[in-house]
Structures are given as structure tokens and as C-alpha cells.
Design a protein around this ligand. Structure first.
Ligand code: URA
Length: 445
């Protein structure tokens, strides 16, 4: 009987695995000596029995050790990074990364593509004509040293065990396991080299973790992994009941991010960038309070310094720099667009983020399956937020796309996402709380 059998049985019976047992599974699986069926059985045992904080940390470290790691130690400033568990209209990285660079941090960031109803930073950036994301790791580090900022495609050489395990989880109904999600996300972040990291853990209808308690538990697990690995990690739990900002879809979101970098833009997007950025600066640069950090970041935005870093990023990665000044002329535009009019007067009581994300995906802004081609100009632009007053027939959304049948389907989906009430409706909670690097939990809702 193989020792893997004993490891599976141990977890099946609810016992803790040792570091050596975890290493043996990961090394054997990546090396090809451990078969899929044994790892699948172990994943299912983990799904039901869970992992302790120590096991979760050890699993993450084993996944990090399965591939290359990026050394950002020689870069000027503190190397920082940011991760979002995924939302609808979430263009935060496009605004926050230049703000942090303007505030003296260095960001050499690896990002992903969209899948399902949530967007991906790489697809958004690639809607800027000429923008390249396929830089080598060496080129990414060099660029971050020169201009403080680089955003490139996730390298397959980092945490390859995560790619293998994720594919197996996907077909064995074991994706939704908190320690497996936490270790998967954190293995890629730790391998990517940043010393300080802010996590935006979303909760609500458009999020992976719908319930706030589940979002806090995921936040705690990831912050705990950071402690285990000697990284400074802070998590912020934020609402995703309605989309972030107004624009959902790649080039539409880039235009909105640029507006925000120019000092305008939606208030919720600016506030999220200020919150995440100030929490990150306060752990990255000891001696700076969250309030000091907010002032510094507001200056980065209002002085134009963050927009300047965005220009430098676009120039360095081959994109059309004019996008920063004339986004609507430079970015691709959809052939067709339609306006949706309110069916009745009242107050906006809900704009379901999941419904809007699915409508944008169906217009071509997102992928149903890995490898699907995107329509980078497609998507939705909302005109209202929850709590706003609406008159009958008032325009409340625009849809953009290239296919009349897809526009019809998206219109029907969006109409289901809007709820109007006769009485004034409260805005959904936005900032649920923070998990500090030492695990202290601050709840604001
Ligand atoms: N994102 C990841 O990278 N991994 C997961 O397991 C889930 C979401």
C-alpha cells in the first residue's frame, strides 16, 4: 500500500497532515509519480475535513516551491501587490497601481484574464491599442525598476502545482473549499515576490463569497498564510451587490478608470482605491498611519502624478499613450448601442451585480469558456446607482455590442437585474471591514 494511501486515509479521518506528507503529495503530483485519482480523493477529503491554518500555510508553501519565484528585492521602494477575489466592473487595479507607484511603492504585478461574469485586468489593458501583456518576468522586473510599475500576464512557471490542482478541482466539485481557494490565490501572490499585499475580498451577489461571514473567513485564511510565509498582508472585505462604478466591459472600464485618474470618475471606485491603497501603504511603510496614507494617495490622484504613472505604464508596454487624454477616441467602440428606459418611476432598490456581469459577458465582454475571443468594446454602462430616484422612461443603462441577438438577450437580462421601489431605498453596504496582518478583525457593518 503506497504512503499516499495513508495520507488520504488520515485526512479522510479528520487528522492533521504533516509538512512532509503535504510536500510528498505536491512534489509527486507535479513530478508525475502521484496519479490524478489519489489527488482527487485527497482534495475531496480536504473539502469535507478542511485544513488547519498550519496545513494551509504548508500547502501554500509547497505550491510556491513547485515552480519559479520572482525576486523583487533589488527594486527601489517597497514591492507591493494587490489582489481582488473578483467582481463586476472591478477596474481598481488600473487606478490603484498608478496611485501606489506615484506614492513611492513599486508594483511588478502579474494579473489574470476574465472567466465567467467577473472581469480580468489583462483583458481590460489589452483593449488599449498596442498594449502588450506578454512580457517575460525579467522584462517585468526591469520595467518596474525603471518606472515603478508593470502589469503583465501570469507566468505559467509560477506555482505550477496550483494550475494542476485547480484543473482537478474544477472537474471534481472541490473548487468551493476555503483552504483550497486561499492557498491557490496566495501561492501565486507569494511566488510573485511582493513583500506587502492588500486583498480585496468581495461579498454579495456578484462575488465568489456571497455571505459576509464567508468573506471574512476567506480573508482570515489568506492573511494567516501571509503570516506563515513572512509577508505583510491586510484584507479588506467590500460589497459587490451592485457593480463597482458605472462601466462593465473592457474598453468601457478603461475609460472610467482614466476618468478616475483624472480626478473625476465614480465616487465608489475612488473610495475603494483610497481604502485599499491606504491600508496597504500603512503596512508597507511602517510609521505611516492610514490617515497619512490617504492624504498621500489623494495627492497622487489630484496632482496628476498617478495619471502620469499610468501614461508611463502604457508607453512602456507599447500602448497608445493618447488614451490617457482622449480615451473615447483611442479605445475601440462597439458598432451597436441601445439605451434602456426605466419601466416605472420610483427609487433604484437593486442593480444585481451578477445579472449585470452576465449580461456584459453575453454581449462579448467576458468568456463562457477559457479561450473564447472577447469583444473588447462590448459591455454595459449604468446611468444610476442603488438609492437614486428614477422617473418613468428615464435612461438607466446603455448596452454596447456588435450582434443584435446578443443585444436583445442582454437587454432582457439587465431588465431582470433592475428593481425599482416606491419607497426610498438604502445604498448597499460597501466597506464591511478589515482583517489586519495579525488577524485582528475590524467590522464596520
Ligand atoms: N481564484 C484562484 O486563483 N483560485 C481559486 O481557487 C479560486 C479563485
Amino acid at each position: 500500500m503506497s504512503s499516499l494511501y495513508a495520507t488520504i486515509r488520515k485526512k479522510r479521518d479528520g487528522q492533521e497532515l504533516s509538512r512532509a506528507e503535504i510536500d510528498q503529495v505536491i512534489e509527486g503530483y507535479v513530478g508525475g509519480s502521484v496519479p490524478d485519482y489519489q489527488v482527487a480523493a485527497l482534495l475531496m477529503a480536504i473539502f469535507f475535513r478542511g485544513l488547519s491554518a498550519r496545513e494551509t500555510g504548508d500547502l501554500t508553501e509547497a505550491m510556491v516551491a513547485s515552480g519559479d519565484t520572482v525576486d523583487l528585492g533589488a527594486l527601489p521602494g517597497v514591492a507591493v501587490d494587490k489582489h481582488s477575489t473578483g467582481g463586476v466592473g472591478d477596474k481598481t487595479t488600473l487606478v490603484l497601481a498608478p496611485m501606489l507607484a506615484a506614492a513611492g511603492c513599486t508594483i511588478a504585478k502579474m494579473s489574470g484574464r476574465c472567466l465567467g461574469h467577473t472581469g480580468g485586468t489583462l483583458d481590460k489593458l489589452e483593449s488599449i491599442p498596442g498594449f502588450r501583456t506578454d512580457l517575460s518576468t525579467d522584462a517585468m522586473v526591469r520595467q518596474a525598476g525603471e518606472i515603478g510599475l508593470a502589469i503583465v500576464a501570469q507566468s505559467a512557471e509560477l506555482a505550477p502545482a496550483d494550475g494542476l490542482l485547480y484543473a482537478l478541482r474544477d472537474v471534481t466539485a472541490t473548487v468551493d473549499s476555503l483552504p483550497l481557494i486561499a492557498s491557490s490565490i496566495m501561492s501565486k501572490k507569494i511566488a510573485a515576490g511582493a513583500r506587502a499585499l492588500v486583498l480585496d475580498v468581495k461579498t454579495g451577489s456578484g462575488a465568489f463569497m456571497r455571505e459576509p461571514d464567508a468573506a471574512f473567513a476567506l480573508a482570515q485564511a489568506m492573511v494567516g498564510i501571509g503570516r506563515h510565509a513572512g509577508r505583510r498582508v491586510v484584507a479588506v472585505v467590500t460589497g459587490m451587490e451592485q457593480p463597482l462604478g458605472y462601466a462593465v466591459g473592457n474598453s468601457l472600464e478603461v475609460a472610467e478608470a482614466i476618468e478616475t485618474l483624472r480626478g473625476a470618475g465614480p465616487a465608489d471606485l475612488r473610495e475603494l482605491c483610497m481604502t485599499l491603497g491606504s491600508r496597504l501603504l500603512a503596512i508597507a511603510q511602517p510609521g505611516i498611519t492610514v490617515d497619512d496614507a490617504r492624504l498621500r494617495l489623494a495627492h497622487a490622484l489630484d496632482s496628476g502624478a498617478a495619471l502620469d504613472r499610468f501614461r508611463a505604464l502604457v508607453r512602456a508596454q507599447g500602448g497608445s499613450v493618447a488614451v490617457a487624454d482622449r480615451p473615447h477616441q483611442v479605445l475601440p467602440r462597439a458598432a451597436l448601442s441601445e439605451t434602456l428606459a426605466a419601466p416605472a418611476s420610483g427609487y433604484v432598490a437593486a442593480i444585481d451585480a451578477l445579472g449585470v456581469g452576465e449580461a456584459a459577458r453575453d454581449l462579448g465582454a467576458g468568456r463562457q469558456q477559457k479561450g473564447d475571443t472577447l469583444d473588447l468594446a462590448a459591455g454595459v454602462v449604468l446611468k444610476v446607482r442603488v438609492g437614486d430616484r428614477l422617473a418613468a422612461e428615464q435612461p438607466w443603462a446603455e448596452i454596447h455590442g456588435s450582434d443584435p441577438a446578443r443585444l436583445r438577450a442582454a437587454r432582457a437580462g439587465l431588465e431582470r437585474a433592475l428593481r425599482i421601489s416606491a419607497a426610498p431605498a438604502p445604498s448597499p453596504a460597501f466597506l464591511y471591514g478589515v482583517v489586519q496582518p495579525d488577524g485582528e478583525e475590524l467590522r464596520f457593518v
